[in-house]
Design a protein around this ligand. Structure first.
Ligand SMILES: NC(=O)c1ccc[n+]([C@@H]2O[C@H](COP(=O)([O-])OP(=O)(O)OC[C@H]3O[C@@H](n4cnc5c(N)ncnc54)[C@H](O)[C@@H]3O)[C@@H](O)[C@H]2O)c1
Length: 448
């Protein structure tokens, strides 16, 4: 079979991650076009995948001026630039893999789903958490009744102190107006994961959370506005010091390389890191940024059943995996997103499933616990065969969990419990009138 061809829209970090699948599996996928305004990143992608100059574009608009150049596109532009490329590329007949979130604007979310359905596009959102070995194993155990009926779930997303500082205080997702609110930017994965695990529609939510720490009033006495010029006695006592996170870790490991590549926009040298810290956004004191997204948030959810769930996202953790506990009528599951411990009330025995895969293709350390890899595998296979039953993040499932995220944020802001709007059901029916087959699997999950 001929490899599926892909055009990468936005050759930043996520575009790079998905294109990497083609390097690993050239027999399955080939990158044949790129649209990226940053020349260095565009050239890097073109060199890496031998893309001819006439298939390298400065923007998705330029690419969309041509006929269909590939079987599929991966749209990996920033959060507020998702609707426009979808509306430009769907009519061309591309299968569309879209980065999360659909959009920070609820109306745009509905428009994206309506657009891909109208044009009959194969479509999935990059909710990579659904595609990990861990989730697959856990989902299968639950559906086999390993703990009876699910009664409640407790889920933690430990963002981690340096990740919060990098992405949500100094970086791209720090400011709601420029990108998204925190629950959408970081935790739409988790609310979507809960939907998948619980397997029932969410009916109401409440939420609390705030920006507790990364603000001017918390700034240590004597600190300056940039870590580079901060007095040694203050800087050396600050866990969030940019000198420590970027410069201090230069060349130490893959994570440090990844972060330094971002702050230097692909240059990645010691000198470029120093320059970025002296004058770029990532050198700012974490207490002196234009950030406004929360650093801790909890959500309570009630699903049909009734099943209840609590979710906590917090910046204030070490770098670690998510954790969850699932309470059932006949047993209890605890997972650190690597192992799954299943305790059976009848036998009073515990069984442990270790989902690490020795091949390295999908270890927890590689690309979202293997989620990036398995998402690409599932999407590429769906494009090649026309069988989309392996896709768990089709338009309807994703829209449903995005609605829950918007409702939770409304609750956080209003202080009220928010029912999931009855109106949404009506809208669903209209949107579902044209349902593509890729949501068949997801819909089955939601309904049983
Ligand atoms: N699925 C996940 O787990 C996950 C993880 C991180 C980020 N994301 C999401 O992925 C998206 C991209 O994140 P990223 O970290 O790769 O960001 P990034 O800034 O590294 O990449 C975005 C790229 O889009 C390019 N771009 C801007 N305008 C463009 C245009 N008109 N045409 C083509 N390209 C254009 C930018 O130059 C940039 O290189 C965001 O929506 C983000 O929320 C998802």
């Amino acid at each position: 079979m001929k490899p599926v061809t892909i055009a990468i829209i936005g050759a930043g970090k996520r575009g790079e991650a998905y294109a990497a699948y083609a390097k690993r599996h050239p027999e399955e996928l080939r990158v044949v076009a790129v649209a990226e305004p940053r020349a260095l990143l565009r050239k890097r992608m073109a060199d890496e995948h031998c893309i001819p100059p006439d298939a390298c574009f400065e923007s998705y608009e330029d690419l969309a001026c041509h006929g269909k150049l590939a079987d599929m596109v991966a749209i990996c532009t920033q959060d507020r630039l998702h609707l426009a490329p979808v509306e430009a590329l769907a009519p061309k007949g591309y299968a569309i893999l879209l980065e999360k979130p659909l959009s920070p604007d609820p109306e745009e979310c509905e428009r994206i789903v309506e657009c891909v359905k109208r044009h009959g596009c194969l479509f999935a959102v990059c909710h990579v958490l659904l595609y990990t070995d861990l989730t697959r194993e856990l989902h299968s155990l639950l559906r086999k009744g390993a703990i009876g009926e699910i009664v409640s779930v407790q889920h933690l997303e430990p963002v981690g102190w340096w990740h919060q500082a990098h992405s949500f205080v100094r970086g791209n997702w720090r400011n709601e107006e420029e990108s998204s609110f925190m629950l959408l930017a970081k935790s739409c994965h988790d609310i979507d994961w809960l939907r998948h695990i619980v397997g029932r529609p969410c009916r109401r939510v409440s939420s609390f959370g705030s920006l507790r720490h990364f603000k001017r009033s918390e700034k240590p006495a004597g600190a300056s506005d940039r870590c580079w010029t901060c007095p040694d006695e203050v800087e050396s006592g600050c866990p969030y010091s940019a000198k420590r996170i970027y410069h201090g870790n230069f060349g130490r490991d893959k994570v440090a390389d990844y972060l330094n590549d971002i702050i230097t926009e692909g240059v990645g040298t010691w000198e470029a890191v120093e320059a970025a810290l002296k004058s770029g956004p990532y050198g700012r004191c974490v207490y002196e940024c234009d950030n406004d997204v929360v650093d801790h948030q909890t959500v309570m959810l009630e699903y049909e059943g009734p099943v209840t769930a609590t979710f906590t996202m917090t910046a204030f953790t070490p770098s670690m995996h998510r954790t969850a506990r699932i309470f059932g009528t006949r047993g209890f599951i605890e997972t650190d997103f690597v192992r799954i411990k299943v305790y059976d009330f009848l036998t009073e025995k515990e069984e442990v499933f270790d989902t690490r895969v020795a091949s390295g293709a999908s270890t927890a350390a590689s690309g979202h616990g293997g989620g990036d890899y398995h998402l690409m595998k599932a999407f590429v296979s769906a494009v090649a065969t026309g069988d989309a039953s392996g896709l768990w993040s089709g338009p309807d499932a994703t829209l449903e969990s995005h609605r829950t995220v918007f409702a939770a944020e409304e609750s956080r802001k209003s202080g009220k419990v928010v029912d999931l709007p009855l109106g949404a059901k009506v809208l669903d029916r209209r949107l579902h009138a044209n349902t593509g087959r890729q949501d068949a699997g997801a819909a089955a999950t939601v309904l049983h």
